[in-house]
Ligand binder design. Structure first.
Ligand code: DX5
Ligand code: ZN
Length: 240
């Protein structure tokens, strides 16, 4: 399971999104935060903008829906060209049905948990998902501090995935930087969202390389994951 770096364009320059996308080509994904001002107290963009980003992005879209009524809206974000669509557990009535629909559309299906939502009710459902997103801040804004108590949830999630020999990615989002990525990787996360840590860096490609190498070192250091080698190739950008 390789390390994936997904810069969040929540911290990009919204007036120049296309050129911002070309500054992060060292990464594996572009993380696109959709907020509706209901599920979270912030508003970003909707379907037409995401569709346009998908058309011009050199990287596949990792779309993170922080919106109510995910059952109704999430499939449209797959249709808009997202290679991965993550909806919140707290915003769906039927997570299995929704994940199956996203996969049927050819997208990867992710389920996200707010800090106060436990992984335990979802453990039996893990085979239905391609990714679990463990929020390491309260969703809604960039630039917040990593909530260290989430490390235990990351560890329990990875342990359940490994115990069942599942190929499910564990993503962390919120406060990920060169100071915190080691803890998340050591606990078993392999997909790292970083907004402010990437877009506020002076040298963005170098920052992405630094984050990737810190994550690799700490993910591989975990004894139960001997196969996660440094030389593992990155997956093709177009995974759909
Ligand atoms: C926050 C978003 C994040 C945000 C992370 O709710 O889901 O993707 O961009 O920003 P940083 O990396 O600055 O904490
Ligand atoms: Zn996000």
């Amino acid at each position: 399971m390789s390390i994936q770096i997904a810069p969040s364009i929540l911290s990009a320059d919204y007036a120049n999104l296309e050129s911002e996308l070309h500054r992060i080509t060292e990464a594996d994904w572009v993380h696109v935060d959709v907020m509706d001002n209901h599920f979270v107290p912030n508003l970003t963009w909707g379907l037409p903008v995401v569709e346009r980003i998908a058309q011009v992005s050199p990287l596949p879209l990792d779309t993170h829906l922080m919106i109510d009524n995910a059952d109704r809206w999430a499939p449209q974000y797959a249709e808009a060209g997202s290679h991965s669509v993550t909806f919140h557990a707290e915003a769906t009535q039927a997570p299995v049905r929704l994940a199956r629909e996203l996969r049927r559309q050819g997208a990867r299906a992710g389920i996200a948990l707010r800090p106060a939502t436990g992984i335990e009710p979802y453990l039996d459902l893990l085979p239905e998902f391609d990714m679990v997103l463990i929020m390491t801040v309260e969703p809604g804004f960039g630039g917040q501090s990593f909530i260290e108590s989430m490390v235990h949830k990351i560890r329990r999630t990875r342990a359940a995935i490994d115990a069942n020999q599942l190929d499910v990615w564990v993503q962390v989002d919120g406060g990920i930087s060169e100071k915190t990525i080691d803890q998340a990787a050591d606990a078993g996360a392999n997909v790292f969202v970083a907004g402010s840590a990437v877009f506020n860096a002076e040298d963005i490609p170098a920052q992405i390389t630094t984050l990737r190498s810190l994550a690799q070192d700490h993910y591989c250091a975990h004894s139960s994951r001997p196969s996660a080698g440094h030389n593992e190739p990155h997956p093709p950008h177009h995974v759909k």
